[in-house]
Write a protein that binds this ligand. Structure first.
Ligand code: ZN
Length: 404
């Protein structure tokens, strides 16, 4: 089977009409079990070919518009062509760019003008954006490799170009804090004989995608500061680095801050916050829409909750307390007025109060999770804990998964 790909452009100046792009095909003999669909190579070839045509058509439209003199309506002639190279997400495009001879109808001399000036760039915005995005979450070399392997970005758009894109985007101006995540757990050994339970402390450091883990049985508390110091030394964290200490805020974990030999900033793990929000959401979802305050919308309760969630997500600590009070006020209104929803309202109030107490205790750890997430920074220690658990199971063999 062979696939013939033909494109058709409208309003694309000289490029309007149909264009045979390429043929993708397999010989019948090459069909193997599971050999279905396009390969990465096929897809890259296809996208690259379409990109060539697409960029050319965009250019043709711009050139076509520029070839009419805005004064007399005369058609401008082409002086010469220059070949331009443009990096895009789907390969490098070689684009012939014309220079037009300006019309002499206004009395001035005729000169060469480039109609694509102002549009044409060395690198497409989409590629700059993706390079900045991947380059801020990985090393520049890794980001370049991803762009080359998966998207067929031309090899000459290397890690230096990725770095430039990152710097241009300003993503790295505010550099990613090193995240140091700790979580407590409880492991039960079920090997034959006397069962032994022990508390464990797990930790992980993530720096530019590299993760180092730490785990210790909690029993030897006296040696903990020493163990932590050795762990931090092993991770080579620079003395003046910005380090985010991520925990679920449990009191015993907070004591780690004092034990650590480096300065840290406490960040409340978003996963735990999100779990508490989900409990509230589930209770509120069972309550029917009703007008709860004069002039209010029947969706006021859900809207209030949506605001609360948004304030938390964006780290608006100043708005949280009032928002929680308002939500509780509405829920109390439901609890008093509608017996059918009394139970759900009461449960919801319980969970809101739980969240409120949790946030008050850990207020300094609430950050603007939204912008952290946008920058590709870690906002939860979930995955760190997973790595540690896998490591423990691997080495202990018989330990059950700790209740993290
Ligand atoms: Zn003219």
């Amino acid at each position: 089977m062979r696939m013939l790909v033909t494109l058709e452009f409208a309003d694309a100046g000289a490029k309007s009409g149909q264009h045979r792009v390429l043929i993708i095909g397999r010989n019948g003999s090459a069909v193997a079990h599971g050999d279905m669909g396009l390969s990465l190579d096929d897809a890259q070839t296809l996208l690259g070919a379409i990109q060539d045509e697409f960029v050319e058509a965009q250019a043709a439209e711009i050139v076509e518009l520029a070839r009419t003199c805005p004064r007399c309506g005369g058609r401008l002639g082409i002086k010469d062509w220059v070949l331009r190279r443009v990096h895009t997400l789907f390969g490098r495009v070689l684009l012939p760019s014309p220079r037009l001879l300006s019309c002499g109808c206004d009395g001035s001399g005729r000169r060469a003008v480039s109609p694509l000036k102002g549009w044409l760039a060395r690198c497409s915005n989409e590629l700059s954006y993706q390079a900045a995005k991947w380059g801020s979450a990985h090393s520049y070399r890794q980001a370049a490799a991803i762009l080359h392997e998966l998207l067929a970005v031309h090899r000459s758009f290397g890690y230096v170009a990725v770095r430039d894109a990152v710097l241009r985007a300003g993503v790295r101006l505010d550099s990613e804090p090193i995240s140091l995540a700790f979580d407590g757990g409880y492991a039960r050994r079920i090997r034959k004989g006397r069962p032994r339970n022990f508390e464990i402390l797990t930790g992980a450091v993530q720096r530019r995608g590299n993760i180092r883990v730490f785990a210790t049985a909690y029993a030897g508390r006296a040696v903990l500061p020493d163990q932590l110091r050795r762990f931090i030394t092993r991770t080579n964290i620079p003395v003046n680095a910005r380090v985010a200490l991520m925990t679920d805020g449990a009191g015993s974990l907070m004591r780690l801050k004092q034990m650590l030999p480096i300065r840290t900033r406490f960040v409340l793990d978003y996963f735990h916050v999100a779990m508490k929000l989900r409990h509230i959401d589930q209770c509120i979802g069972r309550i029917l829409p009703r007008r709860l305050s004069p002039g209010g919308s029947v969706f006021e309760l859900y809207d209030r909750f949506a605001f609360l969630r948004a304030y938390l997500w964006t780290g608006r600590r100043d708005k949280l307390e009032r928002s929680i009070d308002q939500l509780i006020g509405l829920l109390e209104c439901v609890e008093r007025g509608w017996p059918a929803d009394e139970r759900s309202a009461r449960m919801a109030i319980f969970h809101v109060c739980d969240l409120s107490a949790y946030l008050r205790q850990n207020a300094t750890g609430v950050v603007d999770y939204q912008s952290w997430k946008r920058r590709g920074w870690r906002i939860s220690l979930q995955h760190c804990a997973r790595y540690v658990v896998v490591g423990i199971q691997h080495s202990a063999g018989h330990a059950q998964e700790p209740d993290l």
